[in-house]
Each structure stands twice: as structure tokens, then as C-alpha cells.
Design a protein around this ligand. Sequence first.
Ligand SMILES: [Zn+2]
Length: 256
Amino acid sequence: MMVVKNAALTLKMEIMNLHELKILMLALLIGVYQGCLANTYSVAVDIGHSKQNPGATSARGKPEFDFNRDLASILQQVLSADNIMSFSIGEHGDIVDAKQRSAIANAQNARFFVSIHHDSAQLKYFKIWRWQDIDRPYCDQFSGFSLFVSRKNPQLQKSLHCARMIGQALRQKGFTPTHHHAEPIAGENRTWADQQNGVYYYDNLAVLKTTNMPAVLIEAGVIVNRNDEKMLEQFSTRHRIASAIIQGIRDCKVLD
Ligand SMILES: [Zn+2]
């Protein structure tokens, strides 16, 4: 009788263990599933401007939107190669409302938002040169990258830390920040957040203040500068910029 009772107890314990094992397996599967979801949409790559509003025009007449799209494409390739999953916003050039961009990133629960842009300068600094039989405005006075964060973003400290780390990585790869957005004139007059690493505050930038996650806008270089434009069109330059952005994202641990 005792043997039967012990056998029944052992059976009951095995059933319980099986039940617990099932719960454990389910929890593990949910964890893996959530991990996959989190990784699937880690980084939102926002392609600045649209076909309707293409942004700045380069010294040789190319729209900023094209530069943004081409750099974003390489950034996504390098992210993928580094096992960081991303999705792009505005790659077809059909998003006109900036809030739509942050709404997409928020809906996808992106863990980091980076908006890709290329820079210009104030009109008073432009000169005219002739390129392919057309007179075109250019400005060689300013050169380099800029990074922007908004103090209205709900995760300012993380945004700022990531912008600093991206700026630092760009500097380590030989790029230099431009200081022209801090000039106290109309259209500029931005406050430095980190001068050494090229980070400014731009509080009312819609994509930065309406995103729920840490967000940074990068002006990768000055396309109205004739030398910068040529350099920024090269695959090797784009690849170095993309690698620096990824290095910065890793260093600021926003995806951990
Ligand atoms: Zn732009």
C-alpha cells in the first residue's frame, strides 16, 4: 500500500514538474518572441524631406532628399550587417507632415530615432559659380556635421548622450563639426549642447519633440559646400558616417 502511495506521489510530482516545465517553456517562448519584436524595430531611420519639399539644393543642383535617402540606405545596410534591425520612414519621399514621421516611429515602438539630413547655410553667405552651363549658388565657408536634440523630447538625457557619442565617433573617423548654427543671427542662433562633439539644442524640431523614444537629427555634411558635396556623394564617406552613427548608438547603450 505504501509502495502504491509513493508511486502515486511520484507520478503527481512528475505531472506537476511537466506542468511547470510547460509554463517555463511558454515564458521562454514569450521572452524570445518579445526579444524578436524588440530587435525587429530597434532603430527608426527617418529620411529627411520629401519629393514635394526636397530640402536644400547642393552646389551642383542635387536635392537634399536624394542625399538623405542614399545615406539612409547605406546606414540600414550597415545596421543590418551589425545585427541591428531597423526600418525607414519616408524613403518614397511622400511624407510631408513631420508629425507623421514620429507617429510611425512611436507606433512601431522604435528604441532609437535618427533623422538623416544634409546641411545648408544662410543665404547671405552664398556666391554663384557655373556648373554644367548653369549658374548655381554655393557656399564653401562652412563644412562638417551637426547633431540636434530637443529638450522637449521625453528622453532628453538619452538623446543627448547618443548625440554626443555619435559626434565623438564621427570625430574619431576624421569628420569635424561645423559651428555655423551657433552664430547669433536670424535663422541660426542655436544653443550648444556639446560644442566639442557638434551637438546643438533645437527644441521645436517636430520629429525630435514628438517622438517617445530618444531621438537625434544629424546633418551629415554641408552639401552647398562644393568640396563637402563631392565627398558626401562617395560610398566610402557614406559608409564611414553610417559606421560612426552605429558606433555612437552602441556606445550610448540605447538598445541594451
Ligand atoms: Zn534637411
